[in-house]
Design a protein around this ligand. Structure first.
Ligand code: B12
Length: 378
């Protein structure tokens, strides 16, 4: 490794990244082909912005920056400690949301990195930065730059930090000597595939987006398919099951990065009060956090599903209030499902009375389904 590559890597570490690798700007042939197949076979359905056109850009750094020569791949750990919530009726949020929104934090670090890079390599150096905010294949880059290897759950696993890393890139016209990919795989381990409750990992390295709890709780704006709801447990934003069960992650170094420990109480939130939040309160509580992406209606929809899965009748008054009050039909219909799943006498009474009153076809259908599928427990 020449002096410049060493300096670039030192600079990455100094700029707040935990791992730095370098790869060429060549096309990611395997990944482009696989991604196009994934789109065509419907496995990326539900993400309308994930188009074949995007895939072509994402796997070809030369399209993203004129005269691109190298891509610097940077990873930062977000493996912060969990906050224990002693209460019973709580919902889980994915670890990546326990800190400040990584897009903002990492973009800031990338900007500082690029500023210093220009001091090292020349002011006229061209760069383009990405942190999950544009058409760039973050994982394929990290793999080829030797930052980590593809796990069977498709997450990039790293030696010391496991898969608890955010990935980002700097494409540049500087010619840098690339690193070699790591010669590592998951071997015969298939724990993540077996433990995914919705069977979203349909084959090693292949996710069916439409079944992934992360998609269902964050990206999906509509109703959650009824046949998947009971499999979602108490996840209300994202899901970490395929990472939590990964043996490599057991040994991952804990991160003390203050940016990612800031909202650690978000790891487990009391569910019932979340149903009372107004839009203004939701935006205030989750300001600066990635959780805002779910929007309040999606978030409260998820809370209803989690309450239904926990099945504790203590949630009946709150769910009854939702179904009777002025909440979006999306939330009211999932509250109906949750009441049916709790299925005690009071829940069934509310459903039966609302069945005669409700004006929304969507909510009425959920109420009828809930009544039909449950025998009230006395
Ligand atoms: C779309 C997307 C999603 C979608 C779709 C998931 C998916 N598997 O793609 C949804 C919303 C479900 C999602 C969920 C999550 N995501 Co996401 N997501 C993305 C995004 C924007 C694009 C990913 C992409 O291109 N997918 C397309 C498919 C086709 O690619 P793939 O599944 O990775 O499959 C590759 C392999 O199959 C490989 N391949 C093909 N053949 C073969 C053969 C072999 C032998 C091998 C090894 C590989 C291989 O080629 C494919 C393309 O590269 C990236 C950011 C970015 N711009 O890259 C973040 C990103 C992948 N997500 C990230 C995170 C953190 C998550 C979650 C953990 C969040 C959470 N806790 O809820 C989950 C993880 C779910 C999972 N197991 O994948 C991180 C992953 C970090 C890491 N360590 O890998 C990224 C990189 C964001 C970031 N910049 O940090 N995500």
């Amino acid at each position: 490794m020449s002096k410049l590559e060493t300096q670039v890597k030192d600079l990455g570490l100094k700029s707040g990244f935990d791992l730095v690798g370098i790869t060429s700007a060549e096309k990611f042939m395997r990944d482009e082909k696989a991604s196009i197949e994934r789109v065509r076979s419907g496995l990326m359905d539900g993400l309308p912005w994930y188009t074949e056109d995007r895939v072509k850009k994402a796997n070809n750094p030369g399209i993203l920056l004129e005269n691109a020569r190298s891509v610097i791949s940077l990873a930062v750990s977000y493996n912060t400690r969990e906050h224990k919530n002693k209460n019973k009726i709580t919902g889980k949020l994915a670890r990546y949301s326990w800190g400040e929104d990584y897009h903002d934090v990492i973009k800031e670090r990338l900007r500082c990195f690029v500023k210093e890079l220009k001091l090292l390599a020349g002011e006229d150096v061209k760069t383009r930065i990405f942190v999950d905010d544009g058409p760039m294949n973050d994982r394929a880059t990290a793999e080829r730059a030797g930052v980590g290897w593809f796990g069977k759950n498709t997450n990039i696993l790293t030696q010391n930090y496991g898969s608890w890393v955010f990935l980002s890139q700097v494409i540049t016209d500087i010619e840098l000597v690339p690193d070699l990919p790591l010669n590592k795989t998951c071997g015969s381990c298939v724990i993540c595939i077996e433990e995914c409750p919705t069977d979203a990992i349909v084959a090693p390295y292949v996710i069916d987006n439409t079944k992934c709890i992360s998609f269902l709780t964050i990206e999906l704006r509509d109703s959650i398919p009824r046949e998947l709801r009971h499999l979602m447990g108490d996840w209300i934003f994202g899901c970490d099951i395929c990472q939590d069960v990964c043996p490599v992650n057991r040994k991952a170094v804990i991160s003390l990065d203050p940016k990612f420990t800031r909202f650690h109480e978000f790891s487990a939130l009391d569910l019932i009060p979340l149903l009372d939040l107004s839009k203004v309160e939701f935006n205030k509580i989750f300001k600066g956090s990635a959780i805002k992406r779910a929007k309040i209606s999606g978030f409260q929809r998820n809370v209803c599903v989690a309450l239904g899965n926990i099945g504790d009748p203590v949630a009946v008054p709150a769910l009854s209030k939702v179904i009777q009050a002025d909440y979006p039909d999306l939330v009211r219909s999932h509250a109906a499902w949750a009441l049916g799943r709790i299925g005690d006498k009071s829940a069934m009474e509310i459903l039966n009375s609302q069945a005669n009153l409700d004006q929304s076809a969507e909510v009425l259908e959920e109420i009828r389904e809930a009544i039909a599928s449950q025998n009230p427990k006395q």
